[in-house]
Design a protein around this ligand. Sequence first.
Ligand code: ADP
Ligand code: MG
Length: 323
Amino acid sequence: MALTEFDIIRRWFTPARAGAGVRTGVGDDGAVLAPPPGRELVVVTDTLVEGVHFLRGTDPADLGYRLLAVNLSDLAAMGAEPAWFTLNLTVPAAGAAWFEGFAAGLGALARRWDMDLVGGDTCRGPCVLSLTAAGTVPPGQALGRGGGRPGDGLYVTGTLGDAAAGLACLRGERRGDACKALVQRFLRPEPRVAAGLALRGLASACIDVSDGLAADLGHLLAAGGCGAVVEVEAVPVSPELARHEPDPERRLALALGGGDDYELCFSVPPGAEDRLAAAAEAAGVGFTRIGELVPQPGLVLRHADGSPCPPPAGWTHFGEAAG
Ligand code: ADP
Ligand code: MG
């Protein structure tokens, strides 16, 4: 028997208990939410479209995880503490197994960050998965893209390029024993929420790396009205990617141009090195200095010895990033 919209909401998307600050959750015409006194709300949203953002046949548990993870990454980039989310599902006729898997992947990540589902919409149609999440920050403390100034150090969390290599493995374009770990990084990105929280009051600007470092750094530079010099040898890659792609130029192309890593890229005014080390420790992820902001607009790549580095061959995003 076909599942109705109401069966779906009741079985998979009605939380068993009301979460913190949820006066009214799923089941009414709207959610009534009480942010902690004095805090500001940060609201983010992201959509995954079948055939555009994910391949048909993707495990629904991976989709549920990913849909929340990409929104958590936006909250992280704003320095917000995750609180609530709503879920808009448009799916073709799907059976119980699909919803069961999707809700399990989504729910596991929601529990990890103590987030509550408070509403949504459920429709039949081509597969489009959309989520809106809200978090909170102390007044005036949200991070933004626009605060970077010349002389600030430029940093990234974690490592870059794995997800792009993982997607190529999934498509059968790359092979090797590192593929399993790389595919996992594509399917289950780790949102850097703890890093975003630790960077409040410390980073001058912050953005999450969803479209590739060069492209997203380009947004941070444009918003701040400055440029950057990046030292290519400093751009951090995982041991798996180093093993999988031994050619330094091709590896750099993945690390600078590959999307979907969901690391944070941020700038920090000089003189905060000790606090930054403590923040990385608190966040449980490495912060790597990759360069510096400069007055001259655009992105300049350099080697460690100061000599210029040409853009990696086959890397088409360079013009956009520099613009
Ligand atoms: P309305 O007709 O008022 O839009 P719906 O029938 O669409 O209400 O939804 C009923 C209730 O279920 C609402 O509280 C709505 O927020 C919630 N809801 C609908 N779809 C979802 C979903 N996918 N996840 C969580 N809550 C949902
Ligand atoms: Mg509705």
